[in-house]
Design a protein around this ligand. Structure first.
Ligand SMILES: C[S@@+](CC[C@H](N)C(=O)[O-])C[C@H]1O[C@@H](n2cnc3c(N)ncnc32)[C@H](O)[C@@H]1O
Length: 267
């Protein structure tokens, strides 16, 4: 097997470069610094579902370069702790928090979210994890820990972008998992794990069609900025990423790999 490229790390180290910022703007519309299958409008819905406001504390699991965490703090007044395994992501997020004058309310730490996290019981009112559940394998451990970290009646929103809802080839699985461990789950598995870890599922939304649209839009925007992106990423990585986006778009459009949004409450 070839070495996996740290695509997330590379993206986050150059997150503020013009071509990447321009691609986000063209692909997502309003750019909230996301690196996911989420538009600003969907993310605003998440914040509403989580009941965030001043005095509340949010944990953003796998926060990437911190854009959505900063957006959460800015728009709701809440405090946020963001964690991610990418050192480059956390470095960029910390810089952006400082530039935004939000370092007193929004902090970031390098942590592996695939295990228990070093925070006290009941530290948070809400947890959000957008498009990173695919990277979490020990899900019962993770969900039990999220339950521990939440206050009673605390809420969680997470998305699973890799629910297998059709036939997928080994080649497609390889293209869909270019840069990190990826876990593909059968329908019903996340719901069962939520129940087993003491959460009540409040709502599950199928957002597969939106994922197909966003993957297609990212692919087209990147193609328009090929020259600038190749200068940042190199030709091989650029082509690999395009292949990845094309694969996500096709699998989602054909409803073979689906994305679900889960909203749950701690019992
Ligand atoms: C698709 S990105 C989503 C980032 C962010 N949530 C957003 O919406 O922009 C997935 C993120 O998961 C992070 N990640 C992957 N494995 C992880 C792990 N074991 N622990 C913490 N973060 C992880 C990656 O570094 C990456 O930032």
């Amino acid at each position: 097997m070839p070495e996996k490229t740290d695509l997330y790390g590379l993206t986050y180290s150059k997150f503020s470069e013009d071509s990447l910022a321009q691609v986000r703007l063209e692909a997502y519309g309003p750019d909230i610094g996301q690196n996911s299958w989420t538009l600003k409008s969907e993310y605003e819905g998440f914040l509403q579902d989580l009941g965030l406001g001043a005095g509340r504390r949010l944990l953003d699991v796998a926060c990437g370069a911190g854009g959505p965490a900063l957006f959460s703090a800015r728009t709701t007044g809440c405090a946020v702790v963001g964690v991610d395994i990418s050192g480059n992501g956390i470095q960029t997020a910390t810089r952006l928090a400082s530039e935004a004058g939000l370092s007193d309310r929004v902090t970031f730490q390098v942590l592996d979210a695939n295990s228990t996290l070093p925070f006290h019981d009941g530290t948070f009112d809400a947890i959000i994890c957008v498009d990173a559940f695919i990277h979490l394998q020990d899900r019962l451990v993770v969900l039990n820990d999220w339950r521990r970290l939440l206050k009673p009646k605390g809420r969680v929103v997470f998305t699973d972008s890799a629910v297998v809802t059709g036939l997928i080839t080994n080649e497609e699985i390889a293209i869909r998992s270019p840069n990190a461990k990826c876990v593909f789950s059968p329908p019903g598995n996340d719901e069962r794990l939520l129940r087993d870890s003491g959460f009540q599922l409040l709502r599950m939304t199928d957002s597969t069609t939106a994922m197909a649209g966003i993957a297609g839009a990212r692919h087209s925007a990147r193609a328009r900025h090929e020259e600038g992106l190749v200068a940042l990423e190199g030709k091989q990585l650029f082509s690999g990423f395009q292949r990845f986006l094309d694969c996500v778009q096709r699998l989602a459009a054909e409803r073979r790999l689906s994305r679900f949004v889960f909203l749950a409450e701690r019992l």
